[in-house]
Design a protein around this ligand. Structure first.
Ligand code: 8YV
Length: 314
């Protein structure tokens, strides 16, 4: 009999890359029998994997996360139960940075609203006075979170001749010279940037990082891009900032909650673009992510070191 894996993300790709070796049961609706039989959990960024779930899964050796962010996994609880945790760093940096730029450009240059207008019956003649956006080239970009993805965003922003500020837990002298970026306090970054992009992980320190005081600090013409996790931004404060001209617009790849309730007022605003968490969603990247997810899982089941192991913070 093949080993039982509790998994939800991309079942066909998982089966292909794991060569159909495993008997896969859904994680989100796992029964006690599924849990008791499982040797691994393949998680992704939503369903919570915590101590009580792991207690139901006494044979599980690894939680292999399809993605880099592990804020939904209680890594310390896994460690206490001798369960390994794996993730997929590195392979999704380019795709997520591409999406960061895509959202910046789309918000700044009215791509979504322009698309709706161009398809509508109202578009009867070319008018050079409509939908005039903000110039991206030569403007100032503030990157919050200068990890691997932040670095890739900076690399792309340089091609747009942007002045680049960054804020990070630790200063990164290694990249300040090579990428021409300048370290700034969060307040200075917010006050000076035309675009603020969030590319940090969700941690205790970044939970609710952008709230009323931070929106007050931003330029009125400022554009916020959230590529991190929804809870890094306080949703009510974001709505307030967008409706009282504290900031000009926002591009959100993630929201809190995700998805927003279908009647949430944020969904009615014309100055926000929302993507359904597409940061790493390119064909090449999703395949690489799944390959690493499978490699981590098989390594743990074979008792070998994980290609990418997550250890508890601290
Ligand atoms: C994925 C992500 O969308 O890597 C992450 O942390 O948020 C994304 O790349 C997610 O993990 C879905 O599997």
């Amino acid at each position: 009999m093949s080993d039982v894996i509790l998994a939800d993300p991309m079942p066909e790709l998982f089966a292909e890359l794991s060569q159909g070796r495993f008997d896969v049961r859904p994680l989100e609706s796992a029964t006690d029998a599924d849990c008791a039989a499982a040797v691994a959990i393949v998680a992704y960024s939503h369903p919570v994997v915590d101590g009580p779930l792991l207690d139901r899964c006494s044979k599980v050796k690894i939680v292999s996360n399809h993605g880099v962010g592990v804020d939904h996994i209680d890594v310390a609880a896994a460690r206490q139960r001798s369960v390994l945790v794996g993730n997929t760093p590195g392979c999704l940096d380019a795709a997520t940075a591409d999406m960061t730029l895509a959202l910046m450009l789309s918000v700044a240059r009215n791509i979504v609203i322009g698309d709706r207008f161009a398809r509508s019956s109202e578009f009867t003649h070319y008018d050079p006075s409509i939908l005039i956006g903000q110039e991206v080239t030569g403007s100032t970009l503030g990157i919050v979170g200068m990890g691997r993805i932040g670095v890739e965003v900076a690399r792309r922003a340089r091609a747009f001749h942007m002045k680049i500020l960054y804020h990070n837990r630790n200063r990164r002298p290694d990249i300040e010279d090579s990428f021409g970026v300048q370290f700034a306090s969060l307040n200075d970054l917010l006050g000076e940037s035309d675009f603020v992009t969030l590319n940090c992980p969700l941690t205790e320190q970044t939970h609710g990082l952008i709230g009323p005081a931070e929106f007050q600090q931003m330029k009125r013409s400022g554009i916020l891009i959230n590529m991190a996790r929804g809870p890094v931004v306080q949703t009510d404060a974001l709505y307030e900032a967008l409706t009282t001209n504290q900031i000009a617009a926002a591009g959100l790849d993630v929201t809190d909650p995700e998805p927003l309730p279908r009647d949430h007022p944020l969904l009615q605003l014309g100055n926000v673009i929302i993507a359904p968490h597409l940061g790493s969603a390119s064909n090449v990247t999703r395949r690489r992510m799944m390959q690493i997810t499978v490699d981590n899982m098989i390594a743990a089941l074979d008792g070998s070191p994980l290609p990418h192991e997550v250890r508890p913070a601290g």
